[in-house]
Ligand binder design. Structure first.
Ligand code: ME8
Length: 652
């Protein structure tokens, strides 16, 4: 009996603007949703996974004109590229919506009319600022300090025209409650900032129609107007299910959505405008809005104009789509930004996939082949270390279930790889090559290899939602098939036949030569800058008044790399932030006096240096277990971030 027999599960990505080619940033949201959708299907849920393209608006109209084609021709061509990428990345969407689809247009027109008939949409005059790239209207007070768009910081234009408006104020209280009192928004710490910026200042009516361009959905009762692109776009989540159209009949089955996943740039639309629209339509609200940060490149939000190295087609061809999927999901925390670099990606592939997982599989299979001619004997003898490995492997699925439900995919992958490391440690502990020297140890050796194969089975089945192409290759090698690769058997040990036969095969994750590869990638983008700046050594004497210490004093301080997985302000202490750190062995909390210099967003997902053997102290009610290193830099305090080092690594 499956855990989630037929339970409905509806997950969506944003619908992307096909105004350029898709990049790694788009891949992140889509891959994350795909992995959740696959995981839920594996658990036995009846899943609807929706993605698509947002094809109307002035920006598309302009791009098409620049290319000398009609807007429809322009988007058709780009949509093809998006669909090719999703197929290349193994994205298993159930439905793809295009906002130029007739059924969507029909529903949006009906939704607009219904809101008008209910008195929530009225006609007025729009005067203000408009940001064309973001398709957003802004009031004077919302502009940034340079008078530009507060989101993309590009210049805005004056706009004045007759327009329809959507009354937002009737929903202000309910939206505030939704954000502050429910777990709709993830991560929750963003709720207060939204309430302060948009609700406490008075929820302004939203301009929802335009007359200055034509590429949009016409308002049926006033055809000079086209529907504002965000009203058009947000509606996709229900029109794709058949809301107010006869094309599909899935609305009552799948609505409300379980998760909308988006990046922080479009949080406001999904956290305020979308709930207001649904409230006005008397429809139930989605259960969760999961907001992730940006993938940045050289400190900037990755965008369409970047060079080829971040072209997911090129990266996928070189390392395999699964390796790219793994890397971006492992790096990205809910909330925080993450910086992308080819070097970090290649190192991640080498450490986690080639070394940890790949070696575990190839060593185990090679030993089964060498010592037992590929087929294990029935007789097994259990021994030291077995119980611990078995307990960790069988407890894994429950932990991963919870983290997937919370859309914390980086943490789910970290849990899975903790068990991979445990299995590698088990090899070191049990030393099969020593057991193999003595015939009397045959049944013990068989048990050790069997336990390893079982652990690999559990890990690879759970990972198959994230890396759907490569895991079946592992199953083949470890002789797992049929029921043994079902999710339902991931909390059980002893599922593979006792006389299982392994099949030695190709190396699934070949090691990449980092320096050679970076050189190649630099050639591809015509960028021959050296991959790493020369390291300069500096010899400095100890400043005056600072006592010199011996190496034995320094050795008392245990410094470790730790990754910040969560961060929130501490109510009682303005200067402190409460950090949750992954220190390689587990989670710990540290209070740090850096609130004046950093927001949680700046920190989540980053790795820092932790003094890990500091005695615990209680600071403003928070138990702090350690301290993170930071530098006094003039008037500011700067945390020392480290890149590309696994949490738990000792610093010496
Ligand atoms: O905003 N890092 O479409 P869009 C992480 N059509 N994620 C990124 C990213 C980056 N550097 N760049 C893009 C729109 N994304 C609207 C949405 S929904 C009703 C309408 C991802 O093509 C991320 O999910 O600009 C972000 O929310 C989305 O692409 C925006 O894509």
């Amino acid at each position: 009996m499956q855990k989630h027999n037929g339970e409905k599960y509806y997950i969506t990505t944003p619908i992307y603007y096909p105004s350029g080619n898709p990049h790694i940033g788009h891949c992140y949201t889509t891959t994350a949703c795909d992995s959740i959708a696959r995981y839920k299907r594996m658990q036995g849920c009846d899943v609807m996974f929706l993605t698509g393209t947002d094809e109307h608006g002035q920006k598309i109209e302009q791009k098409a004109a620049e290319s000398g084609v009609t807007p429809k021709q322009y988007v058709d061509e780009k949509v093809d590229v998006f669909k090719k990428l999703w197929s290349f990345m193994n994205i298993s969407y159930d439905r793809y919506i295009r906002t130029t689809d007739d059924y969507h247009i029909e529903s949006v027109q009906k939704i607009f009319k219904a809101l008008y008939d209910k008195g929530y949409i009225y006609k007025g005059e729009y005067k203000g600022k408009y940001c064309t790239p973001c398709e957003s209207f802004w009031t004077e007070s919302q502009l940034d300090e340079k008078g530009c768009c507060p989101e993309c910081h590009r210049p805005v234009t004056e706009a004045k025209e007759e327009a329809y408006f959507f009354k937002m104020s009737p929903f202000a209280d309910r939206i505030e409650k939704l954000l502050l009192e429910t777990d709709y928004l993830r991560p929750k710490y963003r709720a207060q900032e939204l309430v302060n910026n948009f609700i406490k200042t008075g929820l302004e009516d939203l301009c929802v129609s335009r007359t200055s361009f034509k590429w949009g959905i016409p308002v049926t009762f006033d055809t000079d107007h086209v529907v504002y692109v965000w009203i058009d776009a947000l509606s996709n989540y229900i029109t794709a299910l058949g809301y107010d159209n006869g094309h599909y009949d899935d609305f009552s089955k799948f609505w409300p959505a379980d998760v909308h996943m988006v990046a922080k740039d479009i949080m406001r639309f999904h956290a305020i405008i979308w709930p207001a629209m649904l409230m006005a339509l008397d429809l139930p609200l989605p259960k969760h809005l999961a907001v992730h940060g940006w993938i940045t490149f050289n400190g900037e939000k990755m965008s369409k104009s970047l060079g080829n190295v971040v072209d997911p087609f090129i990266l996928g061809e070189r390392y395999g789509a699964d390796a790219i999927r793994y890397h971006i999901m492992r790096e990205m925390a809910l909330g925080g930004d993450v910086s992308f670099s080819n070097e970090i990606m290649i190192n991640r592939i080498n450490t986690d996939l080639a070394n940890d997982l790949g070696n575990l599989v190839s060593r185990t299979v090679a030993m089964a082949e060498k010592y037992f001619d590929s087929t294990l004997p029935e007789e097994k003898q259990s021994g030291e270390f077995d119980d611990e490995l078995i307990a960790e492997a069988t407890a894994l699925s429950e932990k991963v279930d919870k983290l997937v439900d919370e859309t914390q995919l980086n943490l789910a992958l970290a849990e899975i790889f903790r068990v991979v490391s445990r299995a590698n440690k088990y090899i070191d502990e049990t030393k099969p090559w020593v057991l193999a020297k003595d015939e009397a140890n045959r049944s013990r050796l068989a048990a050790v290899l069997y336990n390893l194969l079982e652990t690999i089975r559990i890990v690879s089945v759970l990972l198959s939602a994230f890396m759907p192409t490569d895991m079946p290759k592992i199953w083949k090698q470890i002789g797992a098939e049929g029921d043994s690769v079902l999710y339902d058997n991931t909390d059980k040990f002893g599922v593979l036949p006792q006389n299982v036969t392994v099949h030695k095969g190709e190396i699934i994750f070949p090691r990449i030569d980092v320096n050679k590869e970076i050189e190649e990638l630099n050639k591809i983008i015509g960028n021959n800058k050296p991959a790493q700046a020369d390291k300069k050594e500096s010899k400095k004497e100890a400043p005056e008044n600072v006592a010199l210490i011996g190496i034995e004093d320094f050795a008392k301080v245990e410094l470790r790399v730790a990754k910040i997985t969560a961060c929130e302000p501490i109510k009682k202490a303005k200067k402190l932030l409460k950090l949750t750190l992954d220190d390689g062995d587990g989670e710990r909390t540290v209070a740090s006096g850096i609130a004046k210099y950093y927001t949680p967003d700046d920190l989540i997902g980053k790795s820092v240096i932790l003094v890990s053997n500091l005695k615990p102290a209680v600071l403003c009610g928070v138990e702090s277990n350690g301290m993170i290193l930071a530098a006094d830099d003039g008037d500011s305090v700067k945390v020392i971030f480290v890149d590309n080092i696994t949490p738990g690594s000792r610093i010496r």
